[in-house]
Design a binder for this molecule. Sequence first.
Ligand code: A2P
Length: 238
Amino acid sequence: MSYLSPALVRKGLELTLKSLKLDYIDLFLIHWPTGLKLSEGVLFPKDASGNLLYSDVDFCETWTVMESCKDAGLVRSIGVSNFNHKQLETLLRMPKLKYKPVCNQVECHPYLNQSKLLKYCKSNNIVLVGYSPLGSSPDPKWFNPNNPILLNDPELRKIGEKHNKTAAQVALRYQIQRDVVIIPKSFNPGRMKQNKEIFDFQLTDEEMKAIDGINKNCRYVIVKQLIDHPKYPFHEEY
Ligand code: A2P
């Protein structure tokens, strides 16, 4: 967020390549549409009251430099994350757009199934990548603790029992069948293995509909510190 200003985009990428000891990366994303000021290398700069220092950088200008990074061979593909459909539309309507974003990475799971954003992305050939597909966030500062726990959902559990699978496997399989790319995290080898074992069963149309029916538009990752930013993406319906 603090490297969105056009003067810093390539520099930030080069720092990343250096620390990864790579010549290029496969996918380079705008992590959030909300710019932050970069001050003395501090990634999340704050004022004296502890509030993040927002910047008003135009993400279309960020995008143009990202396109040039692709042309320079430093990245294979470019995309965005945490963009709402209006922000995607702004990018797609850029007069000098050279490359469309290949993906929009957003929170997506059965309690926030993003059906409208998914439809919009599909109609523009943008892959929706779902983060927190099991309904959680690793960072307690970002997590909304008042939300229900996805993996305790009775419908997911009931469907799982029919297929001899866990609620987590049903939640992941649901996304595969609606063309959402998922990036589940686990530090536990058993659960990593479980999360891969989702290609040997098929949810029926009725089961897919039943899972659609448990959507609650319930967002776990709200990032409260960004809520007053003019480009905060989640005030829009989708
Ligand atoms: P752990 O690392 O102990 O497995 P998300 O990708 O939605 O953010 O979810 C990540 C969280 O979900 C982590 O806390 C991870 O804990 C847990 N998790 C990952 N896979 C499973 C699973 N198959 N069943 C239950 N919890 C899981």
